[in-house]
Design a binder for this molecule. Structure first.
Ligand code: AMP
Ligand code: ZN
Length: 459
């Protein structure tokens, strides 16, 4: 069964041909751990997880690497300004190591809540791979790709004629039209730092010895060094958010292909943004929405996954509280309906499975796959058992955590309170009924009045 992926490198939907038949090597740009991930960041990671699931559904074995950036990512893409990690540490009055650890833990906590497949993924940290980054810079230096300025070692993009090929960046226009660069020592505006020199006491907490003196690596080099260390000089798939196309990913290609003279990643996939009504999602300010913010608003993490699945990964999405409440309601209804199918397994419907495969293999068409999911859930012909098995099969990719759903046990105490409330209602004692509803609510349950009587669910 063929898989088609839209490759940013060629701007075409291509048939996926892995380097080694039956295997996929994939690198995903991960978080910079100077703050919590916002839900936009999480979208780009969910794309990586869903891709992995799609490959595995096709029977492919996936080797996956997602980096953790804990040094060198400056506040601008132009190698200027503060290191985000140092900025985060100052903000919190802690050491860089402390905040890196704290936000790395928070990142894994989010992945867990969103049911990521993490056990076989490698999560290398930039600061654990300084020697590998230095080696790569040395290789580039030996091949004549670098030059030094007063503040660092730079990659000379003019020496890499294909620079800007990803996303077809208008480099000529960029170079000609560039405003006066802050860094006047750079030969070309697109040149970027491979190694930054130590700037004097108190300026940068993390620094290492190198052949060019004390300093720290530029941000881009970590991804080249770590992807090639774990996946080889050429690998299959590289992902990230759409904002990485013009600078970060073109820089990765220039460094890696410059050093090895081999193709770097074959397929580049980029996830569109989650925007917030009236503004950009940021890791600071009021537009900072974390997974925990959603949870505090009564939205289950997987309701967020469900919401994302409703759009293709290349389509920008607009967050609003209403949209998220809608997703939460849909997720609760979906779970409820699924539970009503009972617990007996049937057969996976092979025709439906094929239709599902066609959808996900068509550049991860999750809206189509999700529509099919609902179609099966509401199908009048299929037996409950077959529906259950077919939906569980689809859930290997969609990951709505259906397999661990069980009927919620309603504690006796709650059942008693609900009964008391029914009696109060039948006697028109609505004050008492409302008080009992509050008591039930405080114990973590919700009671809804339906024509068939009260329905109890866990909050
Ligand atoms: P960072 O932690 O800033 O290094 O970003 C982690 C990932 O999130 C990168 O792949 C970014 O491209 C991606 N990203 C950043 N902002 C958004 C957003 N609003 N929506 C979707 N992805 C984003
Ligand atoms: Zn990267």
């Amino acid at each position: 069964m063929e898989i088609f992926l839209h490759n940013t490198l060629t701007d075409k939907k291509e048939t996926f041909k892995p380097l080694v038949p039956g295997h996929v090597s994939m690198y995903n740009c991960g978080p910079t751990v100077y703050n919590f991930a916002h839900i936009g960041n999480l979208r780009s990671f969910i794309l990586a997880d869903t891709l992995r699931r799609m490959f595995e559904y096709n029977g492919l074995k996936v080797k996956q690497v997602m980096n953790i950036t804990d040094v060198g990512h400056l506040v601008t893409d132009a190698d200027e300004g503060e290191d985000k990690m140092e900025k985060g540490a100052k903000r919190e009055g802690k050491s860089v190591k402390e905040i890196a650890q704290f936000y790395t833990d928070a990142f894994f906590d989010d992945l867990k809540k969103l049911n990521f497949l993490t056990s076989e993924t490698t999560y290398p940290k930039a600061t654990d791979h300084i020697p590998e980054q230095i080696e790569l810079i040395k290789k580039l230096e030996a091949k004549g790709f670098t030059y030094q300025t007063s503040d660092g070692v730079y990659f000379d993009t003019a020496k890499f004629p294909q620079y800007g090929k990803l996303g077809n960046i208008d480099i000529k226009g960029l170079r000609e039209g560039a405003r006066i660069d802050v860094n006047t020592e750079k030969r070309n505006p697109t040149d970027f730092a491979l190694w930054k020199f130590f700037q004097g006491e108190g300026k940068h907490e993390q620094e290492w010895e190198s052949p060019w003196g004390k300093g720290y690596p530029g941000w881009h080099i970590e991804c080249s060094a770590m992807s090639m260390k774990y996946l080889g000089e050429t690998f299959d798939v590289h992902t990230g958010g759409i904002d990485h196309i013009p600078v970060h990913h073109n820089n990765e290609i220039a460094q890696s292909e410059g050093a090895t003279s081999k193709p770097y990643a074959h397929y580049w996939l980029h996830g569109a943004f989650v925007n917030i009504e009236g503004g950009k999602m940021a890791k600071s300010g009021e537009n900072f929405l974390r997974l925990q913010t959603l949870i505090d608003n009564g939205v289950e993490p997987l309701a967020y996954r469900l919401w994302l699945l409703g759009a293709h990964y290349s389509t920008p999405m607009n967050y609003s509280d209403d949209a998220m409440t809608g997703a939460e309601n849909s997720y609760q209804k979906l779970k409820h309906k699924f539970l009503e199918l009972g617990t007996t397994e049937g057969e996976v419907d092979e025709d439906l499975q094929q239709t599902f495969l066609n959808a996900i293999n068509d550049d991860l068409d999750t809206p189509k796959a999700l529509a099919l999911f609902y179609q099966v859930l509401n199908d009048a012909e299929l037996s409950n058992e077959d529906k259950r098995s077919t939906l569980l099969d689809f859930d290997r990719v969609l990951e709505l955590n259906l397999s661990s759903l069980t009927k919620v046990e309603i504690p006796q105490k709650i059942q008693n309170l609900v009964e008391e409330r029914e009696i109060a209602r039948s006697k028109d004692n609505f004050n008492l009924a409302d008080g009992l509803r509050s008591e039930i609510s405080e114990l973590g349950f919700r009671v809804e009045d339906t024509p068939d009587g009260p329905k109890i669910s866990k909050k």
